[in-house]
Design a protein around this ligand. Structure first.
Ligand code: GMT
Length: 380
């Protein structure tokens, strides 16, 4: 099929899922057109089946806010017409589902009917979307989508609770290409990060408030007081500086490395012993899944969809949001005993297999097929 994918091109969550999905679909022979404002971070190679269409928003002094939705919907209209796109898949409701709806309407005026699949990712619902300033537009564009998917049961539940949704919501969980992680490094260059006897604890995120970075540092502070350990912090965001100050104040700066954004997540996870994800809210927790597939157990909060990924007592432990003492005790229970650590590692990678892309991709293909066959005639 010819599929246009609209997403954020940045590091992290929804953009990564959309990009990996597009690459996998292209490998299966579909023609994929990414439509966004920059080449997606994980889209390293443009192959025969992958196209990228950049959305440009020329600056104009009159506009206090540049009209991205307008430029995106116009780009979608042009792309659909020029390449004969059959299905439009927008990731993250804001503003993509809204712009997609406008594009559909414009195309319908020309007799072109294109089904739109909207995938909800989390903050587009639980954080930003529910704000009264956006809520009517988000509700409208979800209800006007031909198919709506959510990345976890928890996100589906939140969406139905927060919005007046008339559409069905299908849960298609996030995924991972487990084969890609079946690397055979014999040396992860662990020695660059820590001494042999030190445990390596890792956190990866966009360092936003919702990630509770201060809890990451507080949990690690308690861990390092009992066993030799290092904390590797990967990512960039508004909470990073505060975290550096917190480490300084706790006197643990020499044990914490802030690496910034990285394209080598699998290398970093390869030498990690434990992953921390104490988020306030998390629709799925893709970072936890990436850790698990790299044989890294997860200590997390029990927020949102995390319990659908990190299985308590099996792949790691769950605690209530903010329970840093409990998280530290759970972390130590895993880290202090090499045999226990080994068991958690094995179970983590095993549990991750459930989310292998080979299980999830057909679910999306099914949705595209269904949407294409029963596409609504907007003119009626
Ligand atoms: O984690 C983030 O804050 C980024 C955010 C995004 O919008 O890309 O991630 C959301 O989508 C991911 C992919 O579906 C999920 O794995 C994350 O759990 C979700 N984040 C939140 O719900 C806070």
């Amino acid at each position: 099929m010819k599929i246009a994918i609209v997403c954020y091109p940045t590091f992290g969550g929804s953009g990564v899922v959309a990009t990996e999905l597009g690459i996998a679909l292209a490998n299966r022979g579909h023609e994929i057109h990414f439509v966004t404002y920059k080449q997606p971070v994980r889209l390293e190679l443009l192959s025969a089946n992958i196209h990228f269409h950049e959305v440009n928003v020329p600056e104009y002094a009159l506009f206090h806010y540049q009209p991205y939705e307008l430029a995106l919907s116009s780009k979608l209209v042009d792309t659909v017409k020029m390449y004969g796109i059959e299905v439009l898949h927008v990731h993250y409701a804001i503003p993509h589902a809204y712009a997609g709806y406008m594009a559909k309407q414009m195309l319908a005026k020309e007799g072109i009917y294109i089904p739109m699949i909207t995938t909800l990712h989390g903050t587009d619902i639980t954080l930003v979307g529910k704000h009264p300033f956006y809520k009517p537009a988000v509700t409208f564009s979800i209800n006007e989508s031909d198919v709506v998917t959510a990345v976890s049961e928890s996100l589906k539940k939140d969406t139905l609770a927060l919005f007046d949704i008339k559409n069905e919501i299908e849960v298609i969980p996030n995924f991972i290409d487990t084969k890609k992680y079946a690397h055979d490094y014999t040396d992860c260059q662990r020695s660059l990060m820590a001494k042999d006897h030190e445990r390596i604890v890792t956190h990866i995120s966009n360092f936003r408030k919702v990630k509770r970075i201060e809890d990451v540092v507080a949990v690690f502070h308690k861990i390092q007081a009992r066993i030799p350990a290092k904390l590797v912090m990967v990512g960039e965001g508004p909470e990073r500086e505060k975290a550096e100050i917190q480490c300084e104040a706790l006197g643990i700066s020499d044990k914490v490395l802030f690496l910034g954004n990285s394209n080598e997540i699998d290398r970093i996870l390869c030498f990690s012993d434990l992953f921390l994800l104490p988020s306030e809210s998390e629709s799925f927790g893709l970072a936890a899944l990436e850790a698990m597939v790299n044989e890294v157990p997860v200590i997390s909060s029990n927020a949102g969809g995390i319990p659908e990924v990190n299985i308590h007592g099996e792949t790691g432990f769950l605690s209530p949001v903010g329970a840093v003492d409990e998280m530290a005790e759970n972390a130590l229970a895993i880290l202090q005993d090499p045999e226990v650590l080994e068991q958690f590692k094995k179970r983590a990678v095993l549990a991750a297999q459930k989310f292998d892309i080979t299980n999830i991709l057909p679910l999306y293909e099914n949705v595209y097929e269904k949407a294409f066959v029963s596409r609504k005639t907007l003119s009626s």
